[in-house]
Write a protein that binds this ligand. Structure first.
Ligand code: PLP
Length: 389
C-alpha cells in the first residue's frame, strides 16, 4: 500500500499512547496512578444520561441535520451569547462529534500550502498536527512560565506576515493551566482586526476557571466577524465519551464547516445532541460542584508538588492540569515522564509532547481522586529523589 504524503505530516496525541502503555503495565499486575488523560473523573450528570436514554426511546436514532438539531443550535447560541456577552444566531453554530473536528474543519477551511497558522506552544498537539496535514506552515507562539504561560503580544505581532491565515489561542490552556488575561486578549484582538486574521479561540475549558471570571476574545471590538469559538460538552459536563462539541463562527465559514460535516460525519449522533440540550438547559449544580472539587485538588496537588525538591510548579488558573518545571533534574522531560511511569507507577505526559517549548516540564491531569493524587505525590517525590541522587 502506498500512502499519501500528508499522512506522514499528521501528528498524534500522546495521552492515548501513554494510556495504552499504562494499561499494559497494569495487565502485568502493576499499580498505576493515571494522571495522563485529560478527562473529568466524574460521571455525566444523571439528568443528562436520562435525557440521552429518553431520546433513544423517542426515536432519536436516525440521521439529523448536518449542522446539528435546530433546538440544540438555538440553545448553544443563547448560552454563548449570554456567557460571552455577544450576539449569536443559531446559523453560526455547527455541532460536531466532540469539539476536535472543529479544529480540523476550521484549519481545512482556512489554510493551505504556502499559508501560515500561528498556534500556542506548548499547546494541544492537534493544532500543529492539522496545520501540517493541510500543508500549511505551523508558526509557534511560545508560552513561557515567566509570563504565567500567557503569550507575548509583541512577539505575536512580529510573527504575523501577509501569509498568516489563522491565529489559534486557548484559554484556559492545555497543558499549562494558564489563562490569557483580558489586556492580552484585547491586544491579540487588535492584532487580528488590524490584519484581518481569523482567530480560533479554543474555549473548551471556559467553565473551569478558579480565580476570577472567564474572558473571551470574542467580546472585543471587531472580533464578531473574525472569531471562531470552539467549545463543547466533554469537559464541562463530563461527557468525553458521548462525543459532542461545537463551533460558533461567522455564518459564511459555518456553511463551509457544515459542508465538511456532510462529507465526513453526515451529522452528530442525534440522541447525544438531545442529551446536550438537557445539559445546557438543566441544573448546573453538578458542574459547579465538580469545579469546586477541582479547585480543592489543584490547591492540594500544586502545594504537594512544590514541596518536592527538584520540582517547581506555577499555580494553574484554569482547566485541570499541572505543568511543573523539572529542569532541575538534568534529564529530558520525556525521560522523567518515562521514569515516573516505569519506576514510580505514575502516568503523566512530557512537556515536549505539547511542542518544543514544553521541554523541561511535565503535565499531570489532577482530574483524579484526592487519594490517588496523594499516592502519586509520594511516588513522584521518591522518583525525583532517586533521579537526583
Ligand atoms: N481542545 C483542548 C484544548 C482539549 O484539551 C481537548 C481535549 O482534550 C479538546 C479541545 C477536544 O475536546 P473533545 O473531546 O470535545 O473533542
Amino acid at each position: 500500500m502506498r500512502f499519501a504524503d500528508r499522512m506522514f505530516r499528521l501528528g498524534t496525541e500522546t495521552a492515548f499512547e501513554v494510556l495504552v502503555r499504562a494499561r499494559a503495565l497494569e495487565a502485568q499486575g502493576r499499580d498505576v496512578v493515571h494522571l495522563e488523560i485529560g478527562e473529568p473523573d466524574f460521571d455525566t450528570p444523571k439528568h443528562v444520561i436520562e435525557a440521552g436514554k429518553a431520546a433513544l426511546d423517542q426515536g432519536y436514532t436516525h440521521y439529523g441535520p448536518s449542522a446539528g438539531l435546530p433546538e440544540l443550535r438555538e440553545a448553544i447560541a443563547q448560552d454563548i451569547a449570554q456567557s460571552r456577552n455577544i450576539t449569536v444566531s443559531p446559523e453560526q453554530v455547527v455541532v460536531t462529534p466532540g469539539a476536535k473536528p472543529i479544529m480540523f474543519y476550521v484549519v481545512l477551511a482556512l489554510a493551505q500550502a504556502g499559508d501560515e497558522v500561528i498556534y500556542p506552544n506548548p499547546g494541544f498537539p492537534i493544532y500543529e498536527s492539522v496545520i501540517r496535514f493541510v500543508g500549511a506552515t505551523p508558526v509557534p507562539i511560545p508560552l513561557r512560565e515567566e509570563r504565567a504561560f500567557s503569550l507575548d503580544v509583541d512577539e505575536l505581532r512580529r510573527l504575523v506576515t501577509d501569509r498568516t491565515r489563522l491565529i489559534i489561542i486557548n484559554s484556559p490552556q492545555n497543558p499549562t493551566g494558564g489563562i490569557l488575561p483580558p489586556e492580552d486578549l484585547e491586544a491579540i484582538a487588535q492584532v487580528a482586526v488590524q490584519n484581518g486574521i481569523p482567530v480560533l479561540t479554543d474555549e473548551i475549558y471556559s467553565r473551569m476557571i478558579y480565580d476570577g471570571a472567564f474572558h473571551s476574545i470574542t467580546a472585543y471590538e471587531g472580533m464578531q466577524d473574525l472569531a471562531i469559538i470552539l467549545d463543547g460538552f466533554s469537559k464541562t459536563y463530563a461527557m468525553t465519551g458521548w462525543r459532542l462539541g461545537y463551533g460558533v463562527m461567522p455564518q459564511e465559514l459555518a456553511a463551509h464547516v457544515t459542508k465538511l460535516m456532510v462529507n465526513s460525519n453526515s451529522c452528530t449522533a442525534t440522541f447525544a445532541q438531545r442529551a446536550g440540550l438537557a445539559a445546557l438547559q438543566g441544573p448546573q449544580d453538578e458542574v459547579d460542584a465538580m469545579i469546586a472539587e477541582f479547585r480543592r485538588r489543584r490547591d492540594m496537588f500544586i502545594a504537594g508538588l512544590n514541596d518536592i525538591p527538584g520540582i517547581s510548579c506555577a499555580m494553574p488558573q484554569g482547566a485541570f492540569y499541572a505543568f511543573p518545571n523539572v529542569t532541575a533534574v538534568s534529564r529530558s522531560s520525556k525521560e522523567v515522564a518515562d521514569y515516573l511511569m516505569q519506576e514510580g507507577g505514575v502516568a503523566c505526559l512530557a512537556g515536549q509532547d505539547f511542542g518544543e517549548y514544553g521541554e523541561g516540564y511535565l503535565r499531570f491531569s489532577y482530574a483524579n481522586s484526592m487519594e490517588n493524587l496523594n499516592k502519586a505525590l509520594e511516588r513522584i517525590a521518591d522518583c525525583m529523589a532517586r533521579l537526583q541522587g
